[in-house]
Design a protein around this ligand. Structure first.
Ligand code: HEM
Length: 268
């Protein structure tokens, strides 16, 4: 076995601190918790990354360059932080909001004027959502400009595109929930556009090929009817609070797993 380099204290005689350190680290209990021992060699450092529950999602080797703040601007990390913040504030909002035609708008107003800290809760969720759209686009731009989408990360780029789509869909479905004029008409316009989708929209080209009608096309599936009403509200709510966040969580986990397996981009 090769000796540790002098800067790691390999050949030096241990002083008092060295002896105490040895006593603390060289025993059964310490080794049960920190299985690899003190990570003073490259091999041990990699073993820490492999065996620790928290660290194992990170790559075992990362080039110093890739860790520089100006390389990533931590935009992926900030996007993930915002996703967690939105999940937390979203769950808290669910305690005060009922997706019912005659209640939704009033529940929003109650949150603003009656519920203690309701305004800040709602605004954290709202501004957090705007910020997440912003940071995910910046993250994608960074990945593009550093060429990190190239082999072997092209598949993770595709996973990223799905994540971008889910992020935008989360914003779109959340838009309807306040049940105010802005959201109501924005979603009316958005879902009307879906009615013009080729093949599966009743107003789109080739709609006759699949027999798409006003009451069986993609727009009908999205809003549960032919115009925005109670059915559209409950559909938007379930997709916004359950369906899309679950899909996003799975994709984010897979995205991180791929970052780990592909190794982080940038020169080593
Ligand atoms: C919810 C959305 C997303 C989250 C939470 C997320 C998170 C992350 C994180 C934490 C990293 C590690 C490096 C970094 O912080 O920059 C990363 C890397 C990466 N992301 Fe994302 N990402 C998201 C969306 C996207 C999108 C939209 C794309 C592209 C279309 C993308 C493509 C990639 C690629 C290719 C890497 C590897 C980059 C490298 O090795 O330099 N991601 N992502």
């Amino acid at each position: 076995m090769s000796k540790a380099s002098p800067e790691h204290g390999g050949d030096r005689k241990p002083g008092v601190i060295g002896t105490v350190w040895k006593l603390v680290t060289n025993n059964f209990i310490f080794r049960t918790v920190f299985r690899t021992g003190f990570p003073d060699t490259m091999l041990k450092r990699m073993a820490v990354m492999r065996s620790s529950f928290l660290m194992h999602i990170l790559p075992t080797k990362v080039g110093v360059h890739g860790l520089k703040l100006y390389y990533t601007w931590c935009m992926g990390g900030i996007t993930f932080f915002l996703f967690l913040l939105l999940t937390l504030t979203g769950v808290l909002l669910m305690f005060y909001y009922i997706p019912e035609e005659h209640r939704a708008y009033n529940d929003m107003k109650d949150l603003l004027y009656m519920v203690p800290y309701g305004r800040i809760l709602r605004n954290m969720h709202r501004w957090g959502a705007h910020a997440m759209v912003f940071t995910v686009i910046l993250h994608m731009a960074r990945v593009f400009y550093t060429g990190s989408y190239k082999t072997p990360r092209q598949f993770n780029w595709v996973v990223g595109v799905l994540l971008l789509t889910i992020t935008l869909l989360l914003s779109f479905t959340g838009y309807l929930l306040p049940w105010d004029q802005l959201g109501f008409w924005a979603v009316t316009v958005g879902t009307n556009m879906a009615g013009a989708t080729p093949f599966i929209g009743f107003e789109g080209p080739f709609s006759e090929l699949l027999g798409a009608q006003i009451d069986n096309d993609i727009r009908f599936a999205m809003i549960g009817g032919t115009r925005i009403g109670a059915n559209a509200l409950i559909r938007a709510y379930v997709w916004h609070c359950v369906g899309l966040p679950l899909i996003a969580s799975g994709l984010i986990l897979f995205h991180f797993y791929r970052v780990r397996k592909d190794g982080f981009s940038g020169p080593l």
